[in-house]
Design a protein around this ligand. Structure first.
Ligand SMILES: Nc1ncnc2c1ncn2[C@@H]1O[C@H](COP(=O)(O)OP(=O)(O)OP(=O)(O)O)[C@@H](O)[C@H]1O
Ligand SMILES: [Mg+2]
Length: 257
């Protein structure tokens, strides 16, 4: 089982969006995927086309009343996620029994304590960054006492990229220089993301040709190519050798560039 945290020190950068979209793509790649809303905002479900009036079950009810959308099991765990019984259940892998199973947790930007509590348990942390000076400044807060560049399980995604704007181009260059191979992907800004949410429909249905969707496909593949995640017997890239010129990130994970 692989536990992935999605969290940024800054709100509104696309953490929930990426958590949902990656969960959908991991499921499409054949993984057993559980997406956990640990944010208390109840917005993860919206990216699956679920109405605000429909509710994902909490952890205790998820076995008897599962909510599966796009082959992803959705759980609202914001009330359980700090409790020892829930953490033990994560440790035991109760929510993800199949080989190669993935649990992806959406954590609110303001909830640094939860993020730090779960970091030790996690295999990977995905931190979205947007081309916004406040988001860039907030990076220094991510690791608490630890320097952000030394967070070994953390990889970064440049979201809401828009190369028509100088700030976006410069922000990307800054982030690339800072994190190098730990910057595992970019997702372009696309108005269709807002429109899909407004219509309570999945992005794939509202805008199948969205540029964000093709970026997300590439991003999901890059993340699945990391050695920690490519443990499925039939996973297409699991036999690629570590000397593959497609890059090795500083923690030794393989990352397709
Ligand atoms: N690449 C993108 N293009 C266009 N809109 C996007 C993109 N990524 C995210 N958004 C939109 O931006 C808004 C903020 O995204 P999201 O809710 O995922 O942020 P967040 O980081 O989870 O915020 P919070 O910390 O408050 O939970 C949402 O309406 C989302 O759909
Ligand atoms: Mg969010």
């Amino acid at each position: 089982m692989t536990l992935i945290l999605c969290h940024s020190a800054k709100g509104g950068v696309g953490t929930t969006f990426l958590a949902a979209q990656l969960a959908i793509r991991f499921a499409q790649a054949g993984r057993q995927v559980t997406a956990i809303d640990g944010s208390g905002q109840d917005s993860l479900k919206l990216h699956f086309g679920i109405l605000p009036t429909q509710f994902a079950p909490n952890w205790s009810k998820s076995h008897t009343m599962p909510l599966v959308m796009s082959n992803v099991s959705l759980i609202d765990a914001h009330l359980d996620i700090r409790e020892e019984y829930f953490l033990n259940s994560l440790r035991r892998g109760d929510l993800a029994r199949e080989k190669g199973a993935i649990i992806i947790v959406d954590i609110n930007s303001a909830d640094r304590n939860l993020f730090r509590d779960l970091y030790d348990l996690a295999d990977l942390h995905i931190c979205p960054i947007s081309p916004d000076p406040a988001a860039l400044v907030s990076l220094s807060q991510l690791g608490g006492d630890q320097r952000t560049t030394e967070l070994e399980k953390t990889v970064y995604v440049f979201n809401m990229q828009d190369d028509r704007h100088k700030l976006s181009r410069h922000s990307y260059r800054f982030v690339k220089e800072l994190f190098d191979t730990r910057l595992v992907g970019t997702v372009r800004r696309d108005q269709a993301v807002f429109e899909a949410l407004a219509m309570f429909e999945p992005l794939t249905k509202i805008a199948p040709n969205s540029v964000a969707l093709s970026d997300l496909d590439e991003l999901a593949q890059s993340i699945l190519n990391m050695s920690e995640l490519s443990d499925m017997p039939n996973f297409p890239d699991s036999d690629t050798s570590p000397s593959d010129p497609q890059a090795v990130n500083p923690s030794g994970s393989r990352v397709a560039s």
